[in-house]
Design a binder for this molecule. Structure first.
Ligand code: UTP
Length: 294
């Protein structure tokens, strides 16, 4: 396969425990929490598909069955909607399963995002670069977020990390890049600092959980040893890639980013998408104004 071929597959690791959302995630995957009327994972799949991805490999775990069901057909429900002549709802429902080719693979134990990615490798050609998108953030942008990463990949042909600007006070919640700006949205990355204090942060660019990963990074991931917590992380393979003197690029994604893995980010997403929704926008706007006035 030539180096310039575009990205056709995406790995979506959704096997995490979602401890920050307990007890909501005790019996329900955090990726299925709804923002207005769609689960977080559907927004992510829509972004991935709008970026040209044809095949999505979900890495799931025990208790994540609802994600598989969501992207499968539900004949019983379709039949009921047909009977009730709910054409619009029926069309939207049928569309979900047709967005891409979906494959599901299980991660046996929650041993980190890196371990989850390795579980998906039987679905990936060994010479194929692949997108990796974590299951807990939504991007709202003119050009789909992942498509912006693919543009940077097409330019440099090396792995790409999606980053977003966050405020100084929030920076210590994220992994942050150290790097220098190139043309347009691209950065050359020199290193990462995990959850830095505002004074130690090398930039205001936080890692979003979207990547283009090349076969050499996957080879490094296979060689990684688990950290003290027993988990394998993609970030460590990227650090090993840098240490080997290889190039790594950042893409500062244009658009709004909602970290739905955190309570505040999830609430901010509800408000932003609620205000934009044709059924709720006007009334929510009025309600928020009335709160400000009181
Ligand atoms: P997070 O670090 O957000 O972990 O994972 P988490 O378990 O989902 O959530 P918290 O921190 O406990 O609240 C980042 C991404 O990697 C996946 C998650 O599903 C998420 O999409 N992941 C994480 C796995 O697939 N397997 C793992 O073992 C860990």
């Amino acid at each position: 396969m030539s180096k310039s071929s575009s990205i056709r597959k995406a790995i979506l690791p959704v096997a995490g425990l979602g401890t920050r959302f307990l007890p909501a995630t005790k019996a329900m995957p955090k990726e299925m929490l709804a923002v207005v009327d769609k689960p977080v994972i559907q927004y992510i799949v829509e972004e991935v598909v709008a970026s040209g991805i044809e095949e999505i490999i979900f890495v799931t775990a025990l208790g994540k069955r609802a994600i598989e069901d969501h992207f499968d057909r539900n004949f019983e429900l379709e039949y009921r909607l047909e009977q009730k002549k709910k054409e619009k709802e029926l069309g939207a429902l049928k569309q979900i399963g047709k967005m891409a080719r979906f494959a599901f693979v299980r991660q046996q134990k929650p041993l980190g995002d890196g371990d989850a990615i390795l579980a998906a490798l039987p679905f990936i050609d060994q010479h194929e670069p692949v997108a990796v998108v974590f299951g807990d953030a939504i991007t709202r942008s003119r050009k789909p977020g992942l498509a912006q990463l693919i543009d940077v990949y097409n330019r440099y042909q090396d792995p790409v990390v999606g980053v977003t600007a966050v405020s100084k006070k929030d920076i210590s919640n994220y992994g942050v890049i150290d790097g220098h700006k190139l043309d347009g949205a691209a950065y050359e990355i020199h290193g990462f600092v995990e959850k830095p204090s505002p004074s130690e942060a090398p930039s205001n660019l936080a890692v979003m959980g979207e990547y283009i990963v090349t076969p050499d990074v996957l080879t490094l991931l296979k060689k990684q040893k688990p950290g003290k917590d027993g988990e394998l992380r993609l970030a460590n393979a990227l650090i090993a890639h840098l240490k080997a003197g290889r190039a790594l690029y950042g893409c500062a994604v244009e658009g709004e980013w909602f970290d739905c893995g955190s309570k505040l980010g999830f609430l901010q997403a509800q408000i932003a998408f609620g205000l934009a929704h044709p059924e709720t926008g006007k009334a929510l706007h009025k309600h928020l104004r009335s709160l400000r006035a009181s």
